[in-house]
Design a protein around this ligand. Sequence first.
Ligand code: SAM
Ligand code: SF4
Length: 330
Amino acid sequence: MNPLIDPFGRAITYLRVSVTDRCDLRCIYCMRARMRFLPREELLSLEELDRVCAAFVERGVKRIRFTGGEPLVRKGFLDLVQRVARHIGDGLDEVTVTTNGVQLAEFAAPLYRAGVRRVNVSVDSLDRETFARIARRDRLTEVLNGIAEAKRAGLQVKINTVALKHDNAHEIPDLVKWAHAQGMDITLIETMPLGEIDEDRTDQFLSLARIREDMQSYWTLHDLPDRSGGPARFVRVEETGGRLGFITPLTHNFCESCSRVRLTCTGQLYPCLGHEKSVDLRQPLRSGDNDMALHGAIDDAIAIRPKGHDFLIERLSHPATARHMSVTGG
Ligand code: SAM
Ligand code: SF4
């Protein structure tokens, strides 16, 4: 099978898979308070997800990250992880999960047993009230327990924090200190214009370039050469000793080294997070057991992979794409 190389010579080695659009939180930058979720028959079944992951491993994908929505609310998720993890050491290097951590206490040890070694947990505040305001649910205690349990189970935990001008800007240095004190990397994310939400995104947008500048007035940041194959850039904070990432899709162009593609929970393959163009894999998956049509559709998606994304700060209040991050998989 041919490896996946896009028209600009970039090899596709990383697949992010949204396994559900549903979630047990309703973060203000991600969803509306009242979300209408997709009918179940529109979602790829666990068998279909397994087949599609196997097809990508055959084509050279080395890392698969499961996300959502909230992956831990998908029934049978552990089975899927177990099945996909059978390719580890046989083409695939790792299977990772991005979760909000609400149910992680229960899932941590089973995920480890299934073959997962690293999880990303999203934490936007360590203050119970602020957390509840951002997530529209009072679940900070569960998330912190989940993180503790994950570490106990042997999982390496990385924290993701979305930087929000009004809600958590003042707390970011504390979040970094907290993560580093526990030996966890932390990555800050700028809000991206994905899907309609109840608020105005321009109002909450906080430039990470600005945060970084502020931090340099009290910390020493050393640039690191580490690349994740995605949009993050990393520094070492001398004072805490920990690693800090910045995901700045709006103020920094990360596309030249991007090796990622994304599969939505309905089977749309998006070769770029910031573009509307996608190719449907569900129909070829459902057309029979033969994976020829599936591989053809994957090739079609890679062939339309654009050179770079389309996000612009001026367009923050008008979503660049109609789909929410929860469908595409953040
Ligand atoms: N529910 C899981 C979680 O929150 O980690 C996994 C899915 S969530 C869509 C993945 C990541 O995307 C989270 O870190 C979340 O904060 C981030 N995210 C969601 N919507 C976003 C947006 N519009 N802009 C930037 N980041 C976003
Ligand atoms: Fe759910 Fe994650 Fe979106 Fe928050 S960011 S609403 S936890 S999918």
